[in-house]
Design a protein around this ligand. Structure first.
Ligand code: BTN
Length: 269
């Protein structure tokens, strides 16, 4: 079925919620059409990937979730929803912060990062949660949290070395989260429309990847560590392509690892 909804079908910006992903999941369950968008100033139970928490002081980040009913997307392509959200936010963040195009990179699969002091600092993360993919009423919630007007002195000490914000990297006095949201949604709409008719700009997603050509340290679910060369990504499957010491390549899917660390950097997936 070809969806015709505009972005967004419903938009609500609230002060404080447990998690914007929960808000949107509840809307979808109640029948709200795609693409619905919830934004919050603060989350009391924000979630990150792999069971981690996601926190930010009130007003310091743009905390946003989008709800899709992807009857138009094959289940093995659901990762592309997170990819287009990450790409649209990277463009918007560069726009509102006056960063040069391409300054924000993706650390596979969809962390938004910036290279700093020989390392990699994370500015945003994406969390996709799905229900019923492949069934008659598939639902997908894609949440993104991007550190906006969060001053470096206020970063929690335990993660200050591996995180940054648009305020910090732009040198500006403030970051207008409303303008960031507007620019993000405007950029997302054509990407959603493309995906609805089977078009995904795999090249743009691959070109943004910071990991390509670099040694990476993979932490597997059982805690085992493997250091390999990330040779690229596969825009058909969403996998990271890695090579071992003998040059043998293989694909790594998101669910197969717990953390990815770019050599010499401390950001996580
Ligand atoms: C990550 O671990 O990198 C993903 C972080 C995703 C955080 C966002 S903030 C808005 C939305 N609501 C949540 O509870 N999580 C996502």
């Amino acid at each position: 079925m070809l969806a015709t909804a505009l972005v967004p079908s419903r938009l609500r910006w609230v002060g404080r919620v447990r998690s914007t992903n929960d808000v949107v999941r509840d809307w979808l369950r109640a029948g709200t059409p795609e693409v619905c968008v919830a934004v919050a100033d603060e989350q009391t139970a924000g979630r990150g990937r792999n069971g981690r928490t996601w926190t930010a002081p009130p007003g310091a980040a743009l905390l946003c979730s989008l709800g899709f009913r992807p009857t138009w997307l094959a289940p093995d392509r659901a990762w592309q929803l997170a990819a287009i959200v990450a790409l649209a936010m990277a463009d918007a963040a560069e726009g509102v912060s006056s960063l040069s195009p391409g300054a924000i990179r993706l650390k596979w699969p969809n962390d938004l990062v910036i290279e700093r002091d020989g390392g990699v600092a994370k500015v945003a993360g994406v969390l996709g949660e799905t229900d019923g993919l492949g069934g008659h009423d598939p639902q997908a919630v894609i949440g993104i949290g991007i550190n906006a007007a969060w001053r470096r002195v206020d970063f929690p000490p335990e993660i200050a070395a591996e995180m940054t914000s648009l305020l910090e990297v732009s040198g500006r006095d403030d970051i207008d989260r409303r303008a960031l949201l507007d620019m993000f949604l405007a950029g997302l709409e054509p990407k959603v429309r493309d995906l609805q008719v089977g078009r995904f700009d795999g090249r743009a997603w691959a070109d943004r990847q910071l990991t390509s050509g670099r040694p990476v340290r993979l932490e597997l679910p059982d805690g085992a560590i493997e250091t390999v060369l990330a040779t690229g990504v596969d825009p058909a499957t969403g996998a990271l392509v890695v090579a071992d010491r003998e040059g043998r390549e293989r694909q790594v899917l998101v669910g197969e690892i717990r953390h990815l660390r770019v050599n010499g950097a401390r950001a996580r997936v």
